[in-house]
Ligand binder design. Structure first.
Ligand code: CA
Length: 223
């Protein structure tokens, strides 16, 4: 899952990037409105944290432009505590949720999880596929109740497949949603990680759909 943080307060931005990275997300960040707008307009994010008061371009304008050009990713806006009108304007501009500053990082992370879950069609915080269970709260994966030890990249890959289970996910989509913007993206590495995951979970859960990509499913392979 890939996150964009648009926040001009350097300390807060650093804390957000650290907390989200620690929670298993690939994180890009921007310190002003123009850069933030550009990234959100061109890169595929699973969620965006958007401050409203930003240099060069304000958060409401950014959000309106994204929505006008049909960018549908969930957006959580950060507002000042006493500015209720900002919350209303932000929600009307297309925000999915808001958080007033100062906030507890745990609350932000819970709201991020909920939005990411909802956007991929899951209501519960545990996502299941056959014997596999991803607890999005703790970022743990179990297979028939036994915890599976995963490296951070293996976790990112499996968590993305779990959120989109039953659907064919292309290698390009995986590369775009698992790595930060600056990461040296070699799509061959996806195959390497798929190979490693298949050694840790029941091998037929990740199906290769020739020419298209991968599908995580406990249903028998089609075709
Ligand atoms: Ca600000």
């Amino acid at each position: 899952m890939r996150v964009l943080v648009v926040e001009d307060d350097k300390d807060l931005k650093r804390q957000l990037v650290a907390a989200l990275s620690d929670s298993g997300y690939a994180v890009d960040s921007a310190g002003d409105g123009e850069e933030g707008y550009f990234l959100g307009d061109t890169e595929p994010y699973d969620i965006v944290i958007l401050d409203l008061g930003l240099p060069k371009m304000d958060g409401i304008s950014i959000l309106e432009l994204w929505r006008r050009s049909d960018r549908k990713m969930p957006v959580i806006i950060l507002t000042a505590r006493d500015r209720w009108s900002d919350k209303v304007a932000g929600m009307d501009a297309g925000a999915d949720d808001y958080l007033a500053k100062p906030f507890h990082m745990e609350e932000l992370l819970a709201r991020v999880r909920a939005q990411v879950r909802r956007a991929s069609g899951h209501a519960k915080s545990e996502i299941e596929c056959g014997p596999l269970m991803l607890d999005t709260k703790t970022a743990r994966v179990t297979c028939a109740g036994q915890e599976i030890k995963l490296t951070s990249h293996e976790y990112r890959l499996l968590a993305y497949l779990m959120h989109h289970n039953g659907r064919v996910v292309s290698r390009t989509e995986l590369v775009e949603h698992l790595y930060e913007q600056d990461f040296d993206r070699d799509s061959n590495t996806i195959e390497v990680f798929i190979g490693r995951l298949r050694k840790k979970i029941p091998v037929d859960l990740i199906q290769t759909v020739r020419g298209l990509g991968y599908r995580l499913s406990d249903e028998p392979e089609q075709g």
